[in-house]
Design a protein around this ligand. Structure first.
Ligand code: ATP
Length: 200
């Protein structure tokens, strides 16, 4: 799935509706310090379901709502992310050319997610990105300083991270589960053989 367009309203430093288009190829966002470049990245992370204010460079989640000019401005933050679907979307979404994810947060604390305009659960957004290499925790977004800390990791830690990115961790977990089940079955078998010997 490719990012096509991002629409922000009332999110961080964007009180008015702003549309950021991502044409195919490499896109760069440039601008003076403090102009909101990182806020755009935060918006992508947020709409994908980020739950940690710290990872959005905020103290509390309501800090993502625009707070400026004497309390004027929207009373909610909204981010819409338009993705080009290349058949990776699951189930009934698979045939749609575009997937639109919307996240809204009101000052009252109420929040909602929409998938192509229909209310959905955060779980549905996570499910949408499973196995795609995207999603809020999939290392699709690499923060400043993360490259440095990657270099400084111990080899075992680095290996874990690479395995997670490559999607190997899932198979490792499944293998461990299978090994546990094999061990339990072998123990049951040994017990059965004991019983059989006694009966004989
Ligand atoms: P740099 O190049 O220095 O990294 P940047 O272009 O990435 O800067 P951001 O960090 O995205 O800039 O934006 C910072 C600005 O966003 C600050 O001026 C901050 O006050 C503003 N900001 C953050 N949250 C809010 C909010 N809820 N309401 C209004 N403004 C906000």
């Amino acid at each position: 799935m490719r990012l096509k367009r991002l629409e922000l309203y009332g999110f961080k430093s964007f009180p008015h509706r702003v549309e950021v288009a991502f044409p195919s190829g490499i896109c760069a966002i440039v601008g003076p310090n403090g102009s909101g470049k990182s806020n755009i990245v935060d918006a992508v992370r947020w709409v994908l379901g980020e739950q940690s204010p710290r990872r959005l460079r905020a103290r509390a989640m309501e800090d993502v709502i625009f707070s400026g000019s004497n309390g004027r401005g929207p009373n909610f933050a909204e981010v819409r992310l338009v993705l080009e679907n290349n058949g990776q979307a699951p189930g009934e979404l698979a045939d749609l050319p575009e997937i639109v994810i919307t996240r809204r947060l009101y000052r009252s604390g109420e929040s909602e997610y929409l998938l192509n305009g229909r209310p959905c659960r955060l779980k549905d957004i996570h499910y949408l990105f499973m196995d795609t290499g995207a999603g809020h925790r999939a290392y699709a977004i690499i923060d400043q300083g993360e490259v440095g800390s990657f270099v400084e990791l111990r080899p075992e830690e680095r290996r874990l991270l690479i395995e997670e990115v490559a999607g190997v961790s899932r198979y490792k977990t499944r293998r461990e589960e299978a090994q546990r089940r094999i061990k339990a079955s072998q123990e049951n078998l040994a017990r059965l053989e004991d019983v059989l010997t006694e009966v004989k």
